[in-house]
Write a protein that binds this ligand. Structure first.
Ligand code: SAM
Length: 217
């Protein structure tokens, strides 16, 4: 469930862009928000390494990776978003599909980015998406995810209003979960969480181990 504003924002691009601009002020603006993934991982990767932007939307958070010289693929469920991505970022390889079952070969990426997308999934599907990441990453490849985190006192009210107007129940549910623990339980190692924007946002980096163990039940 979400308010009528959410589908409206997806239908009219300027509303989506305006909401993103306002909600990213606390992190230093849209450009900074978009760079959070590449800034976290660029130094750990080979130049030109293959990178997947999972749930890429129109590719805005893929753009800094492309500019940094990585070979970027973007996967999204929405053909409309991918059409826009093709116009805005023609060098990005487009993949239409489900993040839970990506139609991509195993161990084919040095890094995967999930930029403000994981909150769109209920917990079980979130597990499926993160398992897909483990499967698609090369051994010792890196995941970076940027998403909502329960805000500190100052931004608590604005975050609640924002979630009520523009987010789904899955986003509100995700705020109650501990993502670093979820990643560790699934088999990721070197999990590191950084809280940003008055704690309203979290950036997590995590590594696929050299060999995959079965996840904890
Ligand atoms: C909030 S947008 C984020 C887009 C982009 N990552 C960014 O940082 O601007 C979430 C995206 O997830 C996509 N999405 C939602 N469910 C999906 C699924 N099951 N598989 C693939 N993409 C999905 C939506 O189409 C949308 O483009």
């Amino acid at each position: 469930m979400s308010s009528f504003l959410r589908p409206l924002a997806y239908r009219h691009r300027w509303i989506y862009d305006l909401v993103t601009a306002i909600s990213s002020l606390s992190v230093g603006g849209v450009a900074r928000l978009r760079r959070l993934g590449v800034d976290a991982l660029a130094d750990r990767l080979e130049p030109g390494a293959p990178v997947l932007d999972l749930c890429c939307g129109s590719g805005e958070a893929a753009a800094p990776w492309i500019a940094a010289g990585f070979q970027v693929s973007g996967l999204d469920i929405s053909p409309r978003a991918l059409e826009l991505a093709a116009v805005r970022h023609p060098s990005m390889r487009q993949v239409e599909g489900l993040a839970e079952e990506p139609p991509l070969p195993e161990a084919s990426f040095a890094a995967i980015q999930l930029s403000v997308a994981l909150h769109e999934f209920p917990r079980a599907e979130r597990d499926a998406v993160l398992r897909s990441c483990l499967r698609l990453l090369r051994p010792e490849g890196w995941l970076v995810l940027v998403d909502l985190h329960p805000a500190g006192a100052l931004l608590q009210l604005p975050q609640r209003v924002f979630c009520a107007l523009f987010e789904t129940d899955t986003a509100i549910a995700m705020l109650e979960d501990d993502l670093p623990s979820q990643l560790k339980d699934l088999g990721f190692t070197a999990v590191q969480q950084q809280l940003l924007a008055g704690r309203a946002l979290q950036r997590i980096t995590a590594q696929r181990p050299p060999s995959l163990l079965p996840p904890k039940p």
